[in-house]
Design a protein around this ligand. Structure first.
Ligand SMILES: C[S@@+](CC[C@H](N)C(=O)[O-])C[C@H]1O[C@@H](n2cnc3c(N)ncnc32)[C@H](O)[C@@H]1O
Length: 316
C-alpha cells in the first residue's frame, strides 16, 4: 500500500518535471513522446543483485530492462556478470543518466539505453527481461512476453502476472527501499514456455514391432496435462513437465501383458519434439531416440524421422 502511494507521489513529481508545450487555444502536449505508464522508483541495488542471481545471468546473456530508470539493472548485469543488453525508458533525463552511469561503470561496449516506449520495443534479442512496472502494465505486456523465444527468463520486481504463476518467488528485506525507509521486495521469476498444446504422434519399436502413440496435451502457461493413447487404450500422463522448450512426462502402459514404464524427455522445436524415450518393465529395457510431430498440417502417425541408437532392448 505504502509502495503504491509512493509510486503515485512519484508520478506526480515526474510529470511535474515534464516540460509542457502550450499552443494557445489549440492543444497542450508533453515534451516526451508519451507519458510513462509507470513512475520512476529505483530498484534497491541489493534487490537488483538478487534478481540477476535468480535469473542466473551470465556473460552469455542479453538482458533488456523495460523502463530502465538510471540503468542500474542492465549496468549491474554487464559489470558483475559480463552480460550485454539495453534498457528503454520514456523519460529522456533517465536515458541520459543511464548512459552516463554506463560510461562511469566502464560498460558502454556492452550496454546502451534508448528513449523508447517499452510496448513497441523489439525484445527478440533478449535471453533475460527485467521489469519494475505495475500489475496492469505486466498484464498488458503478458501476450508479448509469452510470444518470446521459449526459454527466455523474466524477472519482475514486486509485481506478478496474475494467473501466470511464477516459476519462483522470493521475498527479501531491502534496506534501501523507498529512498532508504526500507521495506520488503518481492521478486518473481518465469521461464517463457514453448507452445505445446495439441495432439502429438510418434512411433517407436517395442518388442520388435512399431508401436504408435498419440498424446493430447492441454496447456495453461507452463502447466501441462494430458493423456496418451496407445494400442487403443488411454492412460494419464504422470509428472508432465514443461520448462522453456524442454518437456518430459512418464506413463505406465501394458505391452504384451506386462506393465512397462515409459519415460520421455525432449526439446520442442515448433511442430516437432526430439529427445529420448526410456522403456522399462517386464522383459523390456530400452533407450531410444524419440521424435514426435504435432498432428495438424504437417503431422501423420509415422511421419517421424527413423529411430536410431537402440541402446538395449532385451524384449523379444
Ligand atoms: C519503477 S521504475 C523502474 C526503473 C528501473 N527498471 C529499476 O528497476 O530501477 C519504472 C520506469 O519505467 C519507465 N516507464 C514507464 N512507462 C514506460 C513505457 N511505456 N516505456 C518505457 N519506459 C516506461 C518510467 O519512466 C520509469 O523510469
Amino acid at each position: 500500500m505504502q509502495y503504491v502511494t509512493n509510486l503515485f507521489r512519484t508520478t506526480a513529481r515526474e510529470l511535474g518535471r515534464a516540460t509542457l508545450v502550450l499552443v494557445p487555444g489549440v492543444f497542450a502536449t508533453c515534451a516526451w513522446a508519451a507519458e510513462p505508464s509507470v513512475p520512476y522508483v529505483p530498484t534497491p541495488q541489493e534487490v537488483v543483485e538478487r534478481m540477476l542471481q535468480i535469473a542466473r545471468v551470465t556473460a552469455a546473456d542479453y538482458v533488456i530492462d523495460l523502463g530502465s530508470g538510471d540503468g542500474r539493472i542492465v549496468i549491474t548485469a554487464a559489470k558483475k556478470h559480463g552480460a550485454r543488453g539495453f534498457g528503454v525508458d520514456l523519460n529522456p533525463e533517465r536515458i541520459s543518466e543511464a548512459n552516463a552511469n554506463a560510461k562511469k561503470a566502464g560498460v558502454i561496449d556492452k550496454v546502451a539505453f534508448y528513449q523508447r516506449d517499452l510496448f513497441v520495443t523489439d525484445l527478440s534479442e533478449a535471453t533475460v527481461i527485467t521489469m519494475y512496472l505495475l500489475p496492469r502494465v505486466n498484464l498488458e505486456l503478458r501476450p508479448k512476453l509469452l510470444d518470446l523465444k521459449p526459454g527466455t527468463r523474466l524477472v519482475s520486481h514486486d509485481f506478478s502476472m496474475d494467473d501466470w504463476k511464477p516459476d519462483a518467488h522470493v521475498q527479501m528485506e531491502a534496506k534501501e527501499k523507498y529512498g532508504g525507509s526500507g521495506g520488503k521486495s518481492d521478486i518473481y521469476f518465469w521461464v517463457v514456455p514453448a507452445k505445446v498444446g495439441g495432439v502429438w504422434q510418434w512411433e517407436i519399436p517395442v518388442s520388435g514391432k512399431r508401436q504408435g502413440y498419440e498424446v493430447a496435451l492441454a496447456q495453461k502457461f507452463q502447466t501441462i496435462s494430458g493423456s496418451v493413447k496407445m494400442a487403443g487404450r488411454n492412460v494419464s500422463l504422470q509428472n508432465p513437465r514443461l520448462r522453456g522448450d524442454h518437456i518430459s512426462f512418464t506413463f505406465t502402459a501394458q505391452v504384451n501383458g506386462e506393465a512397462v514404464k515409459h519415460e520421455f524427455t525432449g526439446k520442442i522445436e515448433g511442430e516437432t519434439i526430439a529427445g529420448v524415450a526410456r522403456l522399462s518393465g517386464g522383459r523390456i529395457q530400452a533407450q531410444l531416440d524419440w521424435s514426435a510431430r504435432r498432428a495438424g498440417k504437417t503431422a501423420r502417425i509415422g511421419a517421424a524421422a527413423p529411430f536410431a541408437s537402440v541402446v538395449l532392448d532385451t524384449s523379444r
